[in-house]
Design a protein around this ligand. Structure first.
Ligand SMILES: Nc1nc2c(ncn2[C@@H]2O[C@H](COP(=O)(O)OP(=O)(O)O)[C@@H](O)[C@H]2O)c(=O)[nH]1
Ligand SMILES: [Mg+2]
Length: 216
């Protein structure tokens, strides 16, 4: 019984705070939006490594991706649910099976690769860009392995990947440099990409994050 005044006082304070919240329209901050992202690129481009870095984990421990893997990348402005598809030649024919529910696409390019691999990369990239499910989503092309001597720069990659015509149709396509040794820049690039997604998909569409792109 001696606790009664304390309990009453506590309840009063909660009541007062709730009344104050209601009067001043103070609401809890909405949770960060979640976007479904597809991550493509031929084997060895560095997809798993970059995603591992974005999760603040050790990139030296990555193993080749068999089939696909899904990783949640937590950014200050969004959560990216990234599905990385294996990049080996025999599995690339199945990539398009995973395109239907995505809000954005990331394509990782090994800019230190051979001419033959760059040709392969260009063909796969253009195939994906032409897919109707991915034609209206924001694209981020990462020109990776910029730390390697003699690697192809972002401008040169734009040429080698024949992107001049593509950017007319894909106005939300961005080409950015990346490297496993520059985590900070990678985070900046990803936050910029998340902002682009945010601009495109207004808050009320968040509940529909699992809907196919065509319905958003
Ligand atoms: N020098 C360098 N090596 C990288 C970079 N990114 C990835 N790698 C290496 O490239 C190899 C393949 O990486 P991985 O992430 O498995 O490629 P994935 O097949 O596209 O997932 C690994 O040995 C990585 O350490 C980078 O930015 N610079
Ligand atoms: Mg991988």
């Amino acid at each position: 019984m001696s606790d009664l005044p304390g309990i009453c006082c506590g309840l009063c304070r909660i009541g007062c705070f709730q009344a104050y919240q209601a009067c001043c329209c103070i609401k809890e901050a909405p949770p960060n939006p979640t976007y479904n992202i597809i991550c493509l690129g031929i084997s060895n481009a560095g997809k798993t490594t970059l995603l591992t870095i974005l999760k603040f984990e050790n990139p030296d421990a990555v193993v080749p991706t068999i089939g696909f893997s899904v990783q949640d990348i937590l950014l200050p402005n969004a959560t990216l649910k990234v599905k990385e598809l294996g990049g080996a030649a025999p599995v690339r024919q199945y990539w398009s099976r995973y395109y239907s529910d995505v809000h954005g696409a990331i394509f990782v390019v090994d800019c230190s690769c051979t001419e033959e691999e760059m040709k392969e990369t260009r063909e796969e990239l253009h195939k994906a860009l032409r897919d109707p499910h991915l034609s209206s989503v924001p694209w981020l092309i990462l020109c990776n392995k910029q730390d390697v001597d003699g690697t192809v720069t972002e401008d040169r990659a734009f040429e080698e990947l024949s992107l001049a015509d593509v950017t007319r149709e894909h106005q939300d396509l961005r080409l950015r440099s990346s490297s496993k040794s520059d985590r900070d820049s990678l985070h900046v690039v990803m936050e910029e990409f998340a902002s682009k997604l945010d601009k495109l998909y207004s808050p009320h569409t968040q509940d529909e994050a699992t809907q196919p792109m065509t319905s958003i």
